[in-house]
Design a protein around this ligand. Structure first.
Ligand code: NCD
Length: 309
């Protein structure tokens, strides 16, 4: 449907890339997520189609929970094998069917640009739940919601992005979103082969100061955003074998390097990059972050289906 518009034009709007969102738009979602309460009447009679062509636990379940808490119904599938795409149907044809069954489409797909394609075809709003290594805008909104709730602000924060900055779509969206805020500084920590793509760095240039390094150093950060090495996106397994396990955040590292008031986030799932011993430390906020997927996705569904009240 439509990808752009002011925050007043929420109804029918697509959520494809965080780049389509102004600061005002982001703040409108965070405000709505803060105040919206479960309401079985709000989306009564509406249907959300959940089209997941890639594995997902949190994103899929929190979208479904969000929809049901507002009284809507959910249809969909969780794997390509379960659909007619396994018989050769194109994504565009699948979307042309589904828009006749549903009022909003949530899509996750391994190909970059797939959500945009779906939005171009569909007459109902489309929400991107992750397209390949490209974008994951709803994750970014819940990341920002979590930062705002834990630290009271986003402006002026020193944020470290750690791990697979090359293939991790959550960091591509988050870095782009942070350019909307004032005085944020980024420390990009990754193996040399997994640095943030040039195209994303160009968006930061002149807007958001950043440094790049290989060494894991968490000193003087307010937020540490850890990511999984995205094994499924490596064209070459040997390259993955060389970088897997590159970083492991342990209780000892947290104790030695991290400020008491700093927070550790991770979009999850984690593999081995955060030692489970860290979970009990006060800085560990990743499970709270995963929980925030529900209010943020409730807010988005309400906004794109009903508009701002
Ligand atoms: C992320 C994703 O799918 O990009 N997971 C999520 O949605 N919470 C991160 C990942 O898979 O590593």
């Amino acid at each position: 449907m439509r990808s752009r518009g002011s925050s007043r034009g929420w109804q029918g709007r697509d959520v494809i890339s965080i780049r389509d969102f102004s600061r005002e738009d982001i703040e409108a979602v965070l405000r709505e997520a803060q105040t919206l309460r479960p309401d079985p009447d709000l989306l009564r009679g509406r249907v959300m189609a959940s089209l997941f062509f890639e594995p997902s636990t949190r994103t899929q379940l929190s979208f479904a929970t969000a929809c049901e808490r507002l009284g809507g119904r959910v249809i969909g599938f969780h794997s390509k094998e379960a659909t007619s795409q396994a018989k050769g149907e194109t994504l565009a044809d699948t979307v042309r069917m589904v828009e006749r069954y549903a009022d909003v489409i949530v899509i996750r797909h391994p190909l970059e640009g797939s959500a945009r394609l779906a939005a171009d075809v569909a007459s109902v709003p489309v929400i991107n739940a992750g397209d390949g290594a490209n974008q994951h805008p709803t994750q970014t909104l819940l990341d920002l919601f979590t930062i705002q709730r834990c630290l009271g602000r986003i402006d002026g924060l020193r944020i470290g992005l750690v791990g697979d900055l090359r293939y991790g779509r959550t960091v591509h969206s988050l870095a782009a979103a942070l350019t909307r805020f004032e005085g944020v500084r980024l420390r990009l920590i990754s193996p040399p082969t997994l640095r943030l793509p040039e195209a994303v760095k160009r968006e930061l240039d002149g807007v958001l100061p950043y440094t790049e390094q290989e060494e894991l150093d968490l000193r003087d950060l307010d937020v540490v955003y850890v990511t999984r090495i995205q094994r499924e996106r490596f064209p070459d397994v040997e390259e993955y074998e060389r970088v897997k396990g590159a970083y492991v955040i342990t209780p000892r590292i947290v104790e030695e390097q991290l400020d008491k008031n700093a927070i550790i986030l991770h979009p999850l799932p984690r593999v081995d990059e955060i030692d489970p011993g860290v979970d009990a430390l006060p800085q560990a906020k990743y499970f709270e972050q995963a929980g925030n997927g529900v209010p943020v996705r409730m807010a988005l569904l309400k906004l794109v289906l009903l508009g701002e009240s």
